[in-house]
Design a protein around this ligand. Structure first.
Ligand code: NAG
Ligand code: NAG
Ligand code: NAG
Ligand code: NAG
Ligand code: NAG
Ligand code: NAG
Ligand code: NAG
Ligand code: NAG
Length: 410
């Protein structure tokens, strides 16, 4: 069984990622960045052989040109709250008070954290609403007390903090800023949105700010390189570190009484040491499914990969950034039959996601691993833009109905 072994080079080649761009990519269609990506085809897959055990991991990177993403968000009407409506996924005792939501006995607060992107948060087609985000927070708060966001466009930071305020739930958020290497504007726009939200809502419900999402992976891919600690990787690192430092200064200028940690998130095999030396925490995407690991081995593989690659690397650095698993999970379906399996890893509902839940969640809690289960609900826009399993990682369907799974009780 292809578990990592400690001899495996940290800067090495095991990597995989799913698609979690917060934007519809045509927001950047004029950029040379995207042109390069398109020239490389929308999806590149690298098969890379590593270590004694010869594990080959798959990297699936998708960059697509989004069309009509906002049009895919019509399912939001199913979440409208009115007590007595059979369409309600969450009922409130008082329809005007989101804090009076009724608990769903199938949901259990078993997760360390959950990855969340509010529906309709991809530029330029912002289509999110406070009402939907309130529904999401009502559901999420029954599963976990912390969530992480990927970006800050479409007012999602304020919407989430406002929803937490109105629902009065015990929830903290790891805010996200998703910079683009070739354009300073997205970073600055999101920084300003985050700073504004902190001014409005304070930090009681904020755990930290994650600057960068798969930045190094994307930078390497766009520049024809694979090693995150190569010269190319270090060049990308300087761009990202500039944004990290800038966020630190902007947060410091607020004179908050609480120190907010600043971190970054990347694919499991794509941590650059200089970036990690500049952050308080790192979050790592680790997906057994993309690494062709079978479901019965998946939870142990994720844990071992994380410990042997990410935690071990962080411990070699003077600042010892705290490491989290930014994303891990298992898809339940594929848009097309051809992509339903990836070697021995098979996307299916409900058994396989159920097995991953049963073997990962409580076990990771017990051994003190901080992780964000991927993800809250199926993202329709990903299914449309990227196909394959990309739109099918949710605990809930896109209409916010729980899948045919049993949430483990820890
Ligand atoms: C909300 O209330 C309606 C009407 O009583 C009911 O049909 C529906 O199942 C409830 N939804 C939930 C999630 O409890
Ligand atoms: C962002 O969301 C907050 C919370 O709902 C709201 O008060 C604010 O007006 C929104 N800002 C914009 C620009 O939509
Ligand atoms: C709220 O969440 C924090 C973790 O974020 C936890 O330590 C605390 O016990 C929770 N409080 C309540 C009242 O559930
Ligand atoms: C943020 O990073 C982008 C590229 O990744 C860069 O163009 C921009 O200058 C940076 N901005 C700051 C304030 O560091
Ligand atoms: C930690 O959790 C993983 C599942 O995430 C499990 O496979 C592993 O055995 C656990 N490690 C220890 C030392 O308990
Ligand atoms: C992983 O699965 C893909 C798709 O089935 C296949 O092309 C690839 O060879 C597999 N890799 C390994 C190491 O099994
Ligand atoms: C689906 O499978 C085809 C053929 O193997 C492949 O070219 C394509 O990249 C896959 N799509 C996704 C989203 O994995
Ligand atoms: C939600 O979506 C799932 C999957 O498409 C479907 O089976 C279910 O009937 C839908 N539920 C509602 C209430 O629309």
């Amino acid at each position: 069984m292809p578990l990592n072994n400690p001899a495996y080079n940290y800067s090495g080649q095991q990597g995989y990622s799913n698609v979690d761009a917060p934007y519809s990519n045509h927001a950047f269609s004029s950029s040379t960045w995207l042109e390069k990506e398109q020239a490389r085809n929308r999806r590149s897959k690298w098969l890379l052989i590593g270590g004694l055990v010869g594990l080959i991991a798959l990297i699936a990177i998708g960059v697509g040109v989004g069309v009509g993403v906002a049009k895919s968000h019509s399912s939001s009407s199913s979440s409208k709250k009115s007590s007595g409506s059979s369409a309600s996924v969450v009922n409130q005792t008082d329809p005007n008070d989101p804090s009076t939501f009724q608990l769903d006995s199938r949901l259990k607060k078993s997760f360390y954290g959950i990855a969340y992107t509010p529906e309709g948060s991809q530029l330029p087609d912002c289509g999110n609403s406070l009402e939907d985000v309130i529904t999401d927070i009502q559901l999420l708060s029954q599963l976990t007390d912390q969530i992480r966001l990927y970006g800050a466009d479409c007012n999602q930071t304020a919407l989430v903090l406002e929803a937490i305020k109105q629902t009065k739930v015990n929830m903290t958020v790891w805010l996200g800023n998703y910079p683009v290497p070739t354009d300073p504007a997205p970073y600055e726009r999101q920084r300003d949105a985050i700073i504004d939200a902190l001014k409005t809502y304070g930090t009681d419900h904020v755990s930290g700010i994650t600057v960068g999402n798969e930045f190094i992976l994307n930078y390497l891919n766009a520049n024809g390189a694979t090693d995150p600690n190569s010269a190319v990787g270090n060049a990308g690192a300087q761009l990202l570190i500039a944004n990290i430092s800038d966020t630190r200064s902007a947060v410091q200028a607020l004179g908050l009484s609480k120190t907010l940690p600043i971190g970054t998130a990347d694919a499991g095999s794509f941590f650059n040491s200089e970036v990690l030396a500049a952050v308080d925490y790192g979050m790592s995407n680790i997906h057994a499914w993309f690494a062709n690991v079978s479901i019965d081995q998946a939870a142990g593989w994720v844990d071992e990969f994380f410990q042997e690659n990410n935690v071990a690397l962080a411990q070699t650095l003077a600042n010892s950034p705290k490491m989290y698993i930014a994303e891990t999970g298992w898809p339940t379906a594929s848009k097309d039959v051809g992509n339903e399996s990836n070697g021995p890893s098979v996307a299916s509902e409900p058994n396989l996601q159920q097995t991953f839940l049963d073997t990962f969640v409580c076990q990771a809690n017990n051994n003190g691993t901080g992780y964000f289960f991927f993800e809250y609900f199926d993202e329709t826009w990903k299914d449309q833009e990227f196909g394959g399993v990309e739109g099918h990682w949710g605990l809930f369907y896109s209409n916010r109905t729980l899948k045919d799974i049993t949430i483990p009780s820890c």
